[in-house]
Design a protein around this ligand. Structure first.
Ligand code: AGP
Length: 599
């Protein structure tokens, strides 16, 4: 949620295109509003911002022509303060001498704003990013214009987790601070920059400097200095050379990133299996999973990553006899936070590696002395650094807000680990990429056809049994996330215990039946159809089940454990086509953000 980027260069120039590119690369973090500010060598601040996505706002406000030698851009996912011009970032201080922007949440925002108003500062909106700027302004005015000291004092006033970047027209530097939210600095030729994450820095430089919580970054064109916020002491840290790929955010001929990423699933699954077969980390990961000696392993995630944990728990239990407990990040804290200890292991799963709900659970596990294993897609993320051992998902950059390929690879990774724990041959998993390619090709038309019916409904269910329960939850999440219809995923046998009352003429219910579960699923289908509901079934070819269903999407029979991963594809495609048919951009659904770094 929210992304910030700041840059300072050795001469005044047109900075707009650099800021726009950085904003585009950060836009998966929020697209409620966007803004840019530049500072000229004469100290003039040019601030342009508005509600909307980067392409629209930057064209309308002509960001491309913005000049200066210092620049800031911010992408907002609204938490404090509705999306509006006033709440769009960056923000000016009262007299327009300072400009800054933040990412994160200042939880005492309301109290701070009241204080500023009482003290006569000019508060224009209700956003906590503005609060960060005023908090610095207040101390700056009192301490005779020392930015570093003003930021240190502001840190003591601002409660919550955040990072912000700020500059003063008369101080030829850019300042940033990290407290709980992501921040990394880059050192290029004649420039230095700071950002919420790497992709916006890499086009400018591969020389990076890691920043940790409680540190202030001072940027000048010549270099970057770090200071501890508590004692103000200078911190020496070596820069690093990043030699990983620079991800290119291209749709590659597809109309949306989501469709492209669905089509990448066969490739990334193959790459992940290849990586796991040759990885040193897998052995250490497995040792940690075996260590508890009968104690359950916790699989912790949120949203789609949680659904992968649910599937992983089935794999661990059914294939390897390893007791695994799938649990949401905050639920882990509430339910097990007092009982886990040094003998316990938890696998924390997160595409971004920055989800606060997951990182909070990591913190609790650490405090309790347990082992922290990480599964993540974004290398260099907070989760990666916080893990005793981690495994990458190797999906490349996932841009579309709805997770697709990362879910598939989370499931593949759990299946692979379950095979290894069970000492089963993993060779059969090598069929997965080919099977995923086939199901993607064969599912497009049937998924489109089903969408034509679902289109007229704003309420439906996805039902799965056992291994397909996580897929039903994931299908429902995808659908509600990008079509705005209400869709619930539940365990199919639970439907008759209450939700069945929703069924009336034509009411759609999607069933997912794994090979072997078809005869039992016929009962669940009939409970719906005899009441006038419409049954849409995703299953392998099965005559009896087929004859009981209204619509039937075939996913060819294969190994019972591989099959749920394949069945994910038609569910993803149904959501995608329905979203497009509704005129929604599936890549950037309203109100959402790809990376949720707030509680
Ligand atoms: C998935 O489509 C969602 N965008 C969301 O549920 C996501 O999976 C969740 O926010 C967790 O993100 P993470 O994997 O980066 O931790």
């Amino acid at each position: 949620m929210c992304g910030i980027f700041g840059i300072i260069t050795n001469e005044e120039q047109i900075l707009g295109p650099i800021l726009i590119d950085a904003a585009r690369r950060l836009s998966y973090r929020g697209y409620d509003s966007v803004g840019c500010a530049t500072v000229s060598t004469g100290g003039e601040i040019d601030l342009r911002k508005d509600v909307g996505c980067v392409n629209d706002v930057s064209a309308r406000l002509r960001f491309a022509e913005m000049r200066g030698y210092r620049g800031i851009t911010q992408l907002r996912w609204a938490t404090f303060g509705a999306p509006s011009y006033e709440n769009a970032q960056p923000h000016l201080d009262s007299d327009g001498d300072m400009v800054g922007a933040h990412n994160g949440n200042v939880v005492n925002n309301v109290q701070m704003r009241e204080l500023f108003i009482r003290e006569g500062l000019t508060v224009r909106g209700t956003n906590d990013g503005e609060t960060c700027v005023h908090a610095v302004e207040r101390h700056f005015d009192r301490n005779g214009g020392q930015m570093l000291e003003a930021i240190r004092a502001a840190y003591n006033d601002l409660e919550g987790d955040y990072a912000f970047v700020i500059t003063h027209r008369d101080d030829h530097r850019l300042y940033a601070i990290k407290k709980g939210s992501g921040l990394v600095a880059g050192l290029g030729d004649g420039l230095t920059c700071v950002s919420s994450d790497l992709p916006s820095i890499l086009p400018l430089t591969r020389r990076i400097l890691r920043v940790y919580d409680g540190e202030i970054v001072v940027l000048s064109p010549e270099g970057v200095e770090l200071y501890g916020v508590h004692d103000g002491a200078r911190i020496d840290r070596r820069t690093e050379w990043y030699d990983g790929p620079i991800e290119v955010a291209e749709k590659g001929g597809y109309p949306h990133f989501m469709l492209k990423e669905i089509h990448e699933q066969p490739t990334v699954a193959g790459e992940l299996l290849h990586l796991l077969n040759g990885s040193r980390h897998v052995g250490r990961f497995l040792d940690a999973l075996r260590a508890p000696g009968g104690r359950p392993v916790y699989l912790v995630g949120c949203g789609t990553s949680y659904h992968a944990c649910l599937l992983g728990a089935y794999y661990f239990n059914q294939l390897a006899g390893v007791a695994a407990v799938p649990v949401l990040g905050p639920q882990f804290i509430e339910q097990y936070g007092q009982s886990v200890g040094p003998a316990d292991t938890a696998v924390f799963v997160s595409q971004s590696g920055e989800t606060k709900d997951v990182l909070n659970a990591v913190k609790v596990m650490r405090q309790r002395g347990g082992r922290v294993l990480g599964v993540l897609n974004v290398l260099g993320s907070t989760l990666m650094n916080a893990s005793d051992v981690y495994l990458p998902l190797a999906c490349g950059y996932e841009i579309s807000v709805p997770a697709t390929k990362t879910f598939v690879n989370q499931a593949v990774l759990f299946l692979y680990l379950a095979h290894r724990l069970a000492e089963r041959d993993t060779a059969e998993l090598d069929n997965l990429p080919g099977l995923l390619a086939l199901v993607t090709e064969l599912s497009e038309e049937p998924a489109r056809a089903v969408t034509a019916y679902l289109q007229g409904w704003d309420d439906l269910y996805y039902l799965g049994y056992g291994l397909t329960h996580p897929i039903a939850l994931e299908g429902a999440l995808k659908l509600k996330e990008i079509t705005y219809a209400h869709c619930e995923g539940i365990f199919s046998s639970e439907f008759k215990h209450g939700p069945l009352s929703a069924v009336h003429d034509g009411y759609p219910v999607v069933f997912i039946a794994a090979p072997g579960d078809e005869m039992m699923m016929i009962n669940h289908v009939n409970e719906v159809t005899v009441r006038g509901g419409r049954s849409i079934v995703i299953a392998a070819q099965h005559e009896a089940l087929h004859s009981n269903a209204h619509d039937y999407l075939v996913v060819d029979e294969t190994d019972r454990y591989l099959w749920p991963i394949l069945a994910t594809v038609p569910a993803q495609l149904v959501a995608y086509f329905m979203s497009v048919a509704r005129g929604i951009d599936p890549d950037f659904p309203r109100n959402l953000s790809k990376t949720l770094t707030v509680d």
